[in-house]
Design a binder for this molecule. Structure first.
Ligand SMILES: Nc1nc2c(ncn2[C@@H]2O[C@H](COP(=O)(O)OP(=O)(O)OP(=O)(O)O)[C@@H](O)[C@H]2O)c(=O)[nH]1
Ligand SMILES: [Mg+2]
Length: 320
C-alpha cells in the first residue's frame, strides 16, 4: 500500500489506483498541464475547494488579498500545496495558447475573486420545461450547454463545490429541464450569479419526441434570453468538436451570444493528447466571432481548471 501525499482528490485517485490498478499520474499530469497553460506557475492548486463549505464574509478588495497558494486558506480550509508545473519549455507554442491573465498579480486577484464568488451560498431555484416558466427577474446568467453526457451538471457541482446540487448521471439525457441555481447572498442581488444547467443536445436515452422538445427549448433559451451573459459550451476533451457542436456555435455566433468553450473530462487524457486536442479546438474556436478566445481544459473529477473557470465567470458577476 503506497503512502499518499498531495490534495484530497489526488490521494483519492491514488488510493483508487491501488484498488484497480489504474494510473492516477495521467490525471494529475493533465491537471498540471492545464494550470501551466492557463495560469502559469503562480496558480495555486485548489482542487480541494470542491469540498468547501464555509461562506466568505466580504468580497476580496482588489490589491488587498493574498495570492492563493500553499499559505492561503479556502473557505476556512488550507489550500493544498500546488503540484510543481511542467517546465516552461513545455508550454503550448503557436498562437492558440490562451492568455487568460495579464500577469501573476492579475491572475491571483482573478482566482481569489472566483474562489470567493463560488464559495457563497448556492441554491436550486427552479427547473423549467418551457420558455414561459423562466424566472422573470433574472440575475446575470451563465449557462452550461453541450452534448448529452458531456459533464454539464458535474461542472456546476464542481464549480460550486457541491457533489449533488445538480443531478449528474452516466445515462445521457439525465437533465431534462432548464435548471436555475442561484449563487450569492440570499437577500441581495449584488455579487450574485445565476447558473443554468441545460439539458444536453445530441444522443440521449429518451424518446425522440422528448429529445426534440428539450433541444427546441435549449435553442430558444440560448437565442432569446437577455440576461444570458455567457454560455459555457462544454466539449468532451476526448472527442473534440462534433457536427452538432459546430451547429450550436454557428447559431450562437449569428445570435451574438457570448460563449466560451470548456473542454471536460481532462482526467481521461494524457498530457500529450490533452495538448493536441486543446490546440485543435482553440484553432477552430478562433474562427468564431462570438467565441471567447480562451478554451479551458477542466476536470470535474480532479478539480483541474475549475479555479480558472470560476475566475473567468467571476469577472462577469463582480464589478472590477
Ligand atoms: N472522469 C470524469 N467523468 C466525468 C467528468 N465530468 C462528468 N463526468 C461523468 O460523466 C457522466 C455525465 O456527467 P453529467 O454531469 O451528468 O453530464 P451532463 O452533460 O449533465 O449530461 P445530461 O444532463 O445527460 O446532458 C457522469 O457519469 C459523470 O460522473 C470529469 O471531469 N471526469
Ligand atoms: Mg445534466
Amino acid at each position: 500500500m503506497a503512502v499518499h501525499h498531495g490534495p484530497d482528490h489526488v490521494r483519492a485517485a491514488e488510493a483508487q489506483s491501488d484498488a484497480d490498478g489504474s494510473d492516477p499520474g495521467q490525471d494529475y499530469d493533465a491537471a498540471a498541464l492545464y494550470l501551466h497553460l492557463h495560469a502559469g506557475p503562480f496558480c495555486g492548486w485548489s482542487g480541494d475547494l470542491l469540498d468547501m463549505e464555509q461562506r466568505p464574509v466580504d468580497p476580496p478588495a482588489v490589491g488587498d488579498h493574498e495570492a492563493p497558494g500553499p499559505q492561503a486558506k479556502a473557505g476556512g480550509r488550507r489550500v493544498s500545496e500546488p503540484k510543481t508545473p511542467a517546465a516552461p519549455g513545455e508550454l503550448i507554442s503557436g498562437g492558440s495558447a490562451p492568455a487568460a491573465f495579464a500577469d501573476a498579480d492579475a491572475a491571483a486577484q482573478a482566482l481569489e475573486k472566483g474562489r470567493w464568488l463560488f464559495a457563497q451560498e448556492c441554491t436550486f431555484l427552479k427547473g423549467c420545461v418551457g420558455m414561459e416558466h423562466l424566472p422573470a427577474h433574472p440575475l446575470v446568467e451563465v449557462a452550461f450547454a453541450g452534448r448529452s453526457n458531456v459533464g454539464k451538471s458535474s461542472l456546476v457541482n464542481a464549480l460550486t463545490g457541491r457533489k449533488t446540487l445538480a443531478r449528474a448521471s452516466n445515462t445521457p439525457g439525465r437533465t431534462q429541464e432548464v435548471n436555475f441555481f442561484r449563487l450569492g447572498p440570499p437577500h441581495s442581488d449584488e455579487a450574485a450569479l445565476m447558473l443554468v444547467d441545460l439539458p444536453g443536445y445530441g444522443f440521449a436515452r429518451a424518446p425522440q419526441a422528448q429529445v426534440e422538445r428539450w433541444t427546441r427549448l435549449v435553442m430558444a433559451y440560448l437565442r432569446g434570453r437577455s440576461a444570458l451573459r455567457r454560455v459555457c459550451l462544454l466539449i468532451d476533451a476526448r472527442h473534440g468538436l462534433k457536427a452538432n457542436d459546430l451547429e450550436v456555435m454557428g447559431m450562437l455566433d449569428s445570435a451574438a451570444v457570448n460563449y466560451q468553450v470548456v473542454l471536460t473530462k481532462a482526467d481521461k487524457l494524457g498530457p500529450t493528447v490533452a495538448r493536441a486536442t486543446h490546440a485543435t479546438v482553440a484553432a477552430a474556436v478562433a474562427r468564431h466571432v462570438a467565441a471567447h478566445p480562451d478554451v479551458l481544459l477542466t476536470s470535474s473529477e480532479t478539480g483541474a481548471g475549475i479555479p480558472e473557470l470560476r475566475a473567468q465567470l467571476a469577472a462577469l458577476a463582480l464589478p472590477a
